[in-house]
Design a protein around this ligand. Structure first.
Ligand code: MOS
Length: 751
């Protein structure tokens, strides 16, 4: 097919098509919806982290004005446990249904629910519920030692073995290595803090349930709710038109959602439940604390001979969320002897969950920090050390990479940053009276496809509609779908309608793993091809049509026009005209693409790569540390929308500055409460903390992922970043911080 003018829409920096709706306040987020008779629910939060409910006194609360009900274990009705099914079905990270027993296992666990005519009345009633507990000591120990079975796990979505990966003989190779490194790195609990709070509106119509939630995975939520309430899936509809970001906290359903559904069922009215910021710290997931020991053995020349990564992460008392810190360890560098092992430690906190770059982000902080420390030990430049250990294939799987340009990332990053000017001596570099620190680190993140279905309509007014039951979590999915549809149909972008965020649409992928763009491309293209095939059929079957004498095979479609191949595009007729002639409103086509995520015998190892170069400034006199310059290079295949992609990487780097310097959820050791549970006390990077971020994309299309060669970029910008910061901090101050975040007290101890 000739490259038409429209083809160039792929790869063009395209502003968000939903931007005007968002900035004008017209975008309907889950809780912007209102319904006649809507009631408001506010949960009652446990104030202990370990123990039992002895008495729940609702008398005062029930008598309050506007109160419809106070629900608890005895009157909420049946909420069944959901079980994981195939693929992304029935996943939740807190599996115990709300109010299932009288046990309390974390601070903030919901123990009752007040429902009233107004939010204020419900809040007052929730506060008036008196709960008496018998208390046990909560376990909030920050030192993580694995407390689980040393051999095998029985989990739905995690590992089955503690031994994650092994090759060669890492122990004796380490023992005999000329140069050895053995360090432990700690990452704290982090809380996602999307600006839009978690919430649900539940509406029952007979046996049919509709839920508005800001979900990153509406079809999974539908499965979970169907199981919990004993409904056929067709009877459950989940709608998520806009998401005020999620970072993983909205991937899997939390217990507030079935509570809203159960309350709506009991009262026969729609119920809205919006969490407070404090509640989101307690019962809507967090990145778990990790403790990771890294042992590396190397030759004096810097060739790795042994790599061992032993990590332990915290999890809640009942749940099994897997924090896969070893994800990138197994393939990142060439090393003949390697072992990755994991362990887990139960704590009295809410369930942990995926947070932007789950697993790899804390994992790469540890392994890339270790590589930087090893470089110093060897007095080899850290960029060079990585180059010396570039693998030819994925050595853990014994298969080639689909597309790996890590060395090109390092080369371009070093050049853009001016790395060759670096004087490795600590504290030796100065500018404007400030001490400079320069550090770098590498990044990797999975690339794969989730299964996806999509449909395309070609309409008689010359417009098109693309539909896919995926979500736009603020990343630009609306715009990417419009670009894909525009490319294939020749319809200008402003005449493309995009429908997503509704389980009544063709089943789309979860908004997770940075995999949406890569997953939807084949589905949307197949849908367009099928719609176009129908159109060509119509063109040949309509009496009076100029194509009446032709077979569909004689015809071609390009730039929105149908023409006889032999005649060329110049004689083409717009598809709207053909449909009008045939007296048809529209033709449509469905498309489907298969998953590659989790495939058993992959032919290629598929990942994105990248690197970060970071400058910090340090003023020892007043202990002021700033990130002053960032260069990030990303190898993620072809960019569909470089504007949205750059925005993703910049956002990830901002989050990386927060992870490196500020973010940490603190638990009160007495009662287990997350104590900095507000946007004032949980410190994140703000504008003043963020310098200009210089983002570069390599352009190596990865045709093993899809026909456009596009991988996703939601998460990789965060991977490795904190290790580049701690390396820069060390270069400036001489202090190696191995426990994030790099707070000032850690630097003062030795300055
Ligand atoms: Mo991301 S943690 O896959 O939302």
């Amino acid at each position: 097919m000739p490259e038409s003018a429209q083809m160039s829409i792929i790869g063009k920096p395209q502003p968000r098509i939903d931007g005007p709706l968002k900035v004008s306040g017209g975008a309907m987020y889950a809780t912007d919806h209102h319904f006649p008779g809507l009631l408001y629910a506010v949960p009652v939060e446990a104030t202990i982290a370990n123990g039992k409910i002895e008495k729940l006194d609702t008398t005062a609360a029930e008598k309050m004005r506007g109160v419809r009900a106070i629900f608890h274990r005895a009157n909420i009705g049946k909420i069944s446990r959901s079980t994981p099914g195939q693929g992304f079905e029935g996943i939740c990270d807190e599996r115990r249904p709300p109010f299932d027993d009288d046990m309390v296992r974390y601070y903030g666990q919901y123990v009752a629910l007040a429902v009233a005519d107004t939010f204020e009345a419900a809040k007052a009633a929730a506060d008036a519920v008196r709960v008496t507990y018998s208390k046990d000591e909560p376990n909030l120990e920050t030192d993580l030692q694995a407390d689980d079975d040393p051999k095998v796990f029985d989990t739905s979505f995690g590992p089955e073995k503690r031994l994650q990966s092994e090759r060669g003989d890492p122990e004796s190779a380490f023992a005999n290595a000329a140069v050895k490194l053995d360090q432990t790195y700690v990452t704290p609990t982090e809380t996602h803090n999307p600006i839009e709070l978690q919430a649900a509106i539940a509406i029952w119509e007979g046996e049919k349930l509709t839920v508005y939630e800001e979900s990153q995975a509406i079809f999974n939520m539908r499965s979970v709710l169907a199981q919990m309430f004993g409904l056929p899936k067709e009877n459950v509809r989940v709608i998520t038109k806009f998401v005020g970001s999620g970072f993983g906290s909205k991937l899997w359903p939390w217990t507030h959602c079935p509570l809203a559904v159960a309350a709506a069922r009991q009262l026969g009215k729609p119920v809205k439940l919006v969490l407070s910021r404090k509640m989101t710290f307690q019962a809507a997931g967090h990145r778990p604390r990790t403790q990771q020991r890294v042992r590396i053995g190397a030759t004096a020349e810097g060739k790795l001979v042994s790599f061992q990564h032993d990590y332990v992460y915290a999890r809640s008392m009942l749940d099994d969320h897997h924090e896969n810190c070893g994800e990138a360890t197994t393939f990142h560098y060439s090393v003949p002897n390697l072992r990755v092992k994991l362990g887990r430690a139960r704590r009295n906190t809410g369930a942990s969950t995926d947070m932007r770059g789950p697993g790899a982000v804390p994992g790469l902080y540890a392994t890339e920090s270790a590589m930087n420390e090893l470089a110093e030990q060897l007095t080899i430049d850290p960029v060079r050390l990585r180059g010396l250990n570039e693998p030819k294939i994925d050595e853990s799987l014994g298969i080639p990479f689909s597309s790996r340009h890590y060395l090109e990332c390092l080369e371009l990053g070093a050049k853009k940053f001016g790395w060759s000017q670096r004087n490795p001596e600590i504290g030796s570099m100065k500018r404007d009276g400030l001490t400079l620190g320069w550090g770098m680190a590498g990044a990797a993140w999975i690339a794969a496809r989730f299964p996806a279905e999509a449909s395309i309509e070609l309409r008689d007014d010359g417009t098109t509609r693309v539909a896919c039951g995926t979500q736009d979590i603020g990343t630009g999915t609306y715009t990417v779908l419009a670009q894909l549809a525009a490319e294939k149909t020749g319809v200008p972008l402003d005449k493309v309608e995009v429908a997503l965020g509704d389980t009544s649409l063709p089943e789309g992928p979860i908004s997770g793993g940075s995999l949406v763009t890569g997953s939807v491309i084949p589905a949307v293209f197949a849908a367009a091809d099928n719609a176009i095939a129908s159109l060509l059929m119509v063109a040949t079957k309509t009496s009076g049509s100029p194509f009446e004498k032709h077979k569909p095979d004689d015809l071609a479609f390009d730039g929105g026009r149908v023409f006889v191949k032999a005649d060329g595009a110049a004689k083409g007729i717009p598809f709207g005209e053909i449909l009008r002639q045939a007296n048809l409103r529209l033709v449509n086509g469905n498309g489907k693409s298969e998953a590659t995520f989790g495939e058993e015998k992959p032919k290629f190892s598929k990942h994105s790569f990248g690197c970060h170069f970071v400058e910090v400034t340090w003023q020892p006199e007043i202990a002021r540390l700033r990130v002053s310059r960032v260069v990030t290079v990303i190898d993620a295949g072809r960019m569909i929308n470089p504007l949205a992609a750059r925005n993703q990487i910049e956002g990830a780097v901002v989050m990386g500055i927060g992870m490196a310097l500020f973010e940490e959820t603190w638990y009160d050791p007495q009662n287990g409460a997350p104590i900095n549970s507000s946007l004032a006390d949980y410190i994140m990077a703000v504008n003043a903390d963020v310098p200009p971020i210089d983002v570069h994309f390599l352009d190596f299309p990865d045709k093993e992922i899809n026909e456009l060669g596009a991988r996703g970029v939601g998460e990789i910008g965060l991977a490795g970043f904190p290790a580049a910061v701690t390396a820069a901090v060390h270069h400036a101050t001489g202090v190696r911080v191995r426990e994030l975040p790099v707070t000032i007290d850690k630097l003062l101890a030795t300055t």
